[in-house]
Design a protein around this ligand. Structure first.
Ligand SMILES: *Cc1c(COP(=O)(O)O)cnc(C)c1O
Length: 361
């Protein structure tokens, strides 16, 4: 077997090694049942235990209050871009969107199919290099909800805390790239959703925490588009992504064993600090995000020129530092260092950056 690289991929992304090893075994035979996890009926005893534990561990990990449903959905985070307004933006109503990058603007675009999507703030003119403050934000008079993207995967910016929103509106959040990378006060949200493939599992499953009073749709909707359908059936209305739910559940157990979200946040801060330290050490690198808005999980930066960026990527890859190419809309480099990404990989990249700057600076 080849050695595993330090995988800086933005998503699908690195998974915890102990979880992968356990999954290797369980794919063959889980719980001495003689059947692999991907081969069990979603209504059988073995999978029932898997999904119940995944929910219980999610609740324990994030302190999910009893009046929130934990839903396992499909269609990627991108399907939440329409499912949220379909369920919660009334005909003729307005929802406010905080536009901090490509994912936020895609979310706002889908809301416009159902009602008015008011862009209350946008940092697009600044190249999405920061998180807007209250002075840059202009809410509509009575929004149904305010949607924001807690971490902007492509640009490498992150909200330090939830935005303050008008009374009467609930907060809806796409946390796809930083969910459970730090403690979260679920009560501040009406709906919090995330595709699993960055911080908490494989592609193909979406986690949604939905406050109970928001489950019923504001309009007639097909069965599979309603949050209530999944809430009433414990995410088992149809065949759920069983392997994805299994793997997500195992990641939750791993996060609990690692000490929970506060401990994980500390580690993530330390890891990010190594890379921002290397960026700030001289004039060679430039961080793509404004310093006050830097993401702890997607670290974006450039060298003095696109040609040197290309050299950087080539030499880094040769040293087992994989997946560092920035998103095509930003260029440069992006180091995605989610929960499961090891500190040793950040140390290796920081060392590489220092050496590379000395050689090419
Ligand atoms: C990756 C990502 C998405 C898209 O997720 P899909 O599961 O591919 O639909 C949406 N929002 C954010 C913030 C992301 O990082």
């Amino acid at each position: 077997m080849t050695e595993r690289a330090f995988n800086f991929s933005a998503g699908p992304a690195v998974l915890p090694e102990p979880v992968l090893r356990e999954a290797q075994r369980d794919l063959w035979d889980i719980a001495d049942s003689g059947v692999g996890i991907a081969e069990h009926s979603h209504r059988g005893k073995v999978f029932t235990r898997v999904i119940e534990e995944a929910e219980a561990d999610c609740r324990a990990l994030a302190g999910v209050p009893a009046n929130y449903k934990v839903l396992f959905l499909q269609g990627g985070a991108s399907s939440q871009f329409f499912m949220l307004p379909a369920n919660r933006l009334p005909e003729g109503g307005t929802a406010d969107y905080l536009d901090t990058g490509s994912w936020s603007s895609k979310a706002a675009k889908e809301a416009a199919y159902y009602g008015t999507a008011h862009v209350a703030a946008s940092t697009k003119a600044a190249g999405y290099d920061h998180i807007p403050d209250a002075a840059e934000t202009n809410y509509s008079s009575d929004p149904a909800y305010v949607h924001f993207t807690s971490n902007n995967t492509i640009f490498g910016t992150q909200w330090k805390t939830e935005p303050e929103v008008p009374a009467g509106a609930f907060v809806a959040c796409d946390a796809s790239s930083d969910i459970f990378s730090r403690p979260v006060d679920v009560e501040r949200y009406g709906i919090l959703y995330a595709g699993a493939q960055k911080n908490i599992g494989p592609a193909g499953v979406v986690l949604a925490l939905v406050r109970e009073d928001l489950l019923e749709p504001v309009r007639e909707l097909p069965t599979m588009q309603r949050y209530a359908t999944f809430a009433e059936s414990d995410s088992l209305y149809n065949t759920p992504p069983t392997f994805g739910i299994y793997l997500m559940g195992r990641v939750f157990k791993w996060l609990l064993a690692e000490g929970g979200l506060a401990a994980v946040a500390k580690r993530n801060e330390d890891k990010a600090g190594l890379l921002y330290g290397a960026i700030d050490a001289g004039e060679f690198y430039r961080g793509a995000a404004r310093a006050d808005s830097r993401s702890l999980v997607n670290v974006t930066f450039t060298t003095p020129s696109p040609e040197i960026d290309a050299r950087f990527l080539e030499e880094a890859a040769a040293q087992g530092l994989a997946g560092l190419k920035g998103h095509r809309s930003v260029g440069g480099m992006r180091a995605s260092i989610y929960n499961a990404f090891p500190r040793a990989g950040c140390e290796a990249l920081a060392r590489f950056m220092t050496d590379f700057a000395a050689k090419h600076g």
